[in-house]
Design a binder for this molecule. Structure first.
Ligand code: S3P
Length: 171
């Protein structure tokens, strides 16, 4: 059985959508950020501050290699997974990769009170607009996309659309 791999910018709803799909299908949910935090023994903010972003990307890359060999899981990735095209190539071998698209306004709404994302420290709106702009093409190049901008919380509709897509792509 294939994995379902959720990709998308910060605040696109990957984790919540993953939880809803897990509830409905019984498939286990693996959250990459949570696994990296567990293994590094410190929060994402500390990994970035103490080890630097390149080290975080290495942890991420190693985990992709490992998880892309598994089957039947829902994998919620970090927003920067698209920065290395090998990550997507690896996940596509045994997984249905679905990208949740989102506009800057919706991201800001969803992460306004969140301080766990080092790349959004300082002027959040500016960071979101610039980072989203620099990555937009990478997200839009993916085969399966759902625009979640302005959709209500919890993202039930998005979860149901992904389950339907998975059912029709199962083999
Ligand atoms: C990042 C997204 C974060 C986390 C890290 C870097 C990014 O994950 O991996 O802060 O580069 O977009 P979420 O997308 O789950 O917030």
């Amino acid at each position: 059985m294939k994995n379902i791999v959720l990709v998308g910018f910060m605040g696109s709803g990957k984790t919540w959508v993953g939880k809803l799909i897990a509830e409905r299908t019984g498939m286990p949910l693996l959250d990459m950020d949570a696994l990296i935090v567990e293994r590094a023994g410190k929060p994402i903010n500390d990994i970035f501050a103490e080890d630097g972003e390149p080290k975080f990307r290495e942890y991420e890359r190693e985990l992709v290699k490992e998880l892309s060999e598994t089957e039947g899981n829902i994998i919620s990735t970090g927003g920067g997974i698209v920065l290395n095209p090998d990550n997507i190539t690896d996940f596509e071998k045994k997984g249905l990769v679905v990208c949740l698209l989102v506009d800057a306004e919706s991201v800001l709404d969803r992460v306004r009170n969140d301080d766990t994302r080092p790349l959004l420290a300082g002027d959040k709106e500016k960071a979101i607009v610039e980072l989203l702009d620099s990555r937009k093409e990478l997200y839009e190049a993916l085969t399966h996309k759902i625009d979640t901008s302005g959709r209500p919380f919890p993202p039930v509709q998005t979860a149901e659309e992904i389950i339907a897509l998975y059912e029709s792509n199962k083999s």
